[in-house]
Structures are given as C-alpha cells and as structure tokens.
Design a protein around this ligand. Structure first.
Ligand code: HPA
Length: 273
C-alpha cells in the first residue's frame, strides 16, 4: 500500500467517526502537555489504535488520541501524544499523521514540545517561539516518500515558522506574563539526552533549544503548505548548563507546571489565529 492509500484509509475512518468535521487548525501536544487542551464543544475522541494505518504512541506521558471539537468557533483537531523517531518508527511513517491532517483540511498547525534550553534567558517554564530549525536528525520523513498530492518535492523553508502566528503568540505572552523569546530548535534523534560537548556544539551552530521531535512534523506540514506555529516549552537547561542530571521524569514534572500557562496561551491565541 502506498502512503497516500494508507492516509486515505485513515481519513475515511475519521470522517465516518466525525461525520465529516473539517478542522482548520491542528495542535500536537508534547511530553506532559496533554492537559493543556482547552475545553471543546462537540468533542469527539478517537484512539490512535482504532485508526487504520495510524501509528501508536509508546512513550509514557504521551497519550494516543485524536481529538476533534470546536473552541470559540474554531474547528480544531488535536493530536494528544505524538510519534518520535527514537521509538523506532521508520522516518517515513512520521509523515502519516500530518498528511492525514492535510487531507482533512487543516491549514494551520501548532506544534508544541518540551525542550532543553541553551539560552540563559530561557529558564525552565519559559517559552521559545520557534523562528527556525536545524535538522540534526540526519534523516527526513520525505525521503523516498514523494507524492505530488502532498506538495512539491523541492520546497522553500525560508519561513518555515509563520511570522504572523509568531507575532500573535508573542503579544499574548506579554499579556499573560509568560517569559517568551523567539529562537531556533535543533532536532536530535534521542532517545538519550545530549552530552555537555554536544550542547556546546549545538550552541555554536546557532541553536536556542534542543529536542527530539518537531522537525519531521514541520517538514511534512510545510511541504503540503500548512502554516506552522512552533511552541517549545523549556523543561530543563541543556546538559552541562543544568546543574542536575536530566531525566524524562524531570521533563514530565516540569511540563506539568507549564500545563496551566500553555492552556491560558492556547485559549488566548486560538480565537486569533
Ligand atoms: N534534550 C533533548 N530533548 C529534550 C530535552 C533536552 O534537554 N528536554 C526535553 N526534551
């Protein structure tokens, strides 16, 4: 089966469940951030495991549900829990969920993630509004995975992260007193956290924050013309900058503290996007 056929299968299943609900904005929630979802009207929850052709999430802290509903008139699709390269999914398969969004009619995507910070002005609890990225995964979900349905093979990334969506977010952060700053996301494969030398090298390369997701999703979204807002919540300082050793438990603990702020931010920006 081609990926197009696989995605069409997932879309047909979802359309049947949602009675052809047409989401315009999608949100992907990262580690520990699943509780930030605003209250939705006409909510429909579909488990990833029930969707033919969809992947399953295997990481603690990442529930696996697609949620559909309306918030203040905005039709939303939420991926509660994401898929990571380090889980062992073939890189190509990371395109499936984003291409499903595209065929369902999604035009804007908010990608959220927990990250390590390389910038002393972005302490845990702060938000890095992404303005660019560095793909350090040495792989790409679009390799050997081309179908014109999903956009051109060669496409521009000079503004991968939408300028006007960034502005709405930064303005809202000021209002909500959330410490926020624009910056560059560097994607590493994980699953290990980085070494102190890697963190120093990534800083030299121009990274502001480091994480293990986001980039594959953004590449697939940009190819099919979906506008992207990247929200990277700092759960820890990068290895070597942080005084303590890093752990996933710490990421989850810190993001639990962020959940409320993220919910406030979403409730402020969603009606404006
Ligand atoms: N490195 C990579 N990914 C992460 C980190 C980190 O320090 N914190 C949360 N996700």
């Amino acid at each position: 089966m081609t990926q197009l056929q696989q995605v069409k299968k997932a879309v047909a299943f979802i359309n049947k469940k949602t009675k052809n609900f047409k989401p315009e904005t999608a949100l992907i929630t990262g580690s520990g951030l699943a509780g930030s979802i605003p209250p939705l009207e006409k909510k429909i929850v579909i488990s990833y495991a029930d969707i033919p052709g969809f992947l399953r999430s295997t990481v603690p802290g990442h529930s696996g549900n697609l949620i559909f509903g309306t918030y203040k008139g905005k039709k939303l699709m939420i991926m509660q829990g994401r898929f990571h390269y380090y889980e062992g999914h073939p890189m190509k398969d990371l395109a499936i969920s984003i291409r499903t969004m595209f065929l369902l009619g999604v035009q804007k995507l908010i990608v959220s993630a927990a990250v390590g910070s390389l910038d002393l002005k972005l302490k845990p609890g702060s938000l890095c509004v992404l303005n660019d990225h560095i793909n350090f995964m040495c792989n790409n979900p679009l390799i050997g995975n081309h179908d014109e349905t999903f956009g051109p093979m060669f496409f521009d990334l000079s503004e991968a992260y939408d300028k006007s969506l960034r502005k709405v977010t930064l303005d809202a952060c000021k209002k909500l007193k959330i410490n926020a700053k624009e910056g560059v996301y560097l994607a590493a494969t994980g699953p290990n956290f980085e070494t102190p030398s890697e963190i120093r090298a990534f800083k030299t390369l121009g990274a502001t924050v480091v994480g293990m997701s986001v980039v594959p999703e953004v590449l697939v979204a940009r190819q099919c013309g979906i506008r992207v807002l990247g929200l990277a919540w700092v759960s820890n300082m990068g290895c070597g900058i942080a005084k303590e050793a890093l752990s996933h438990a710490q990421t989850i603990r810190e993001t639990k503290k962020i959940e409320g702020k993220f919910k406030d931010l979403l409730e402020t920006i969603l009606p404006k996007l």
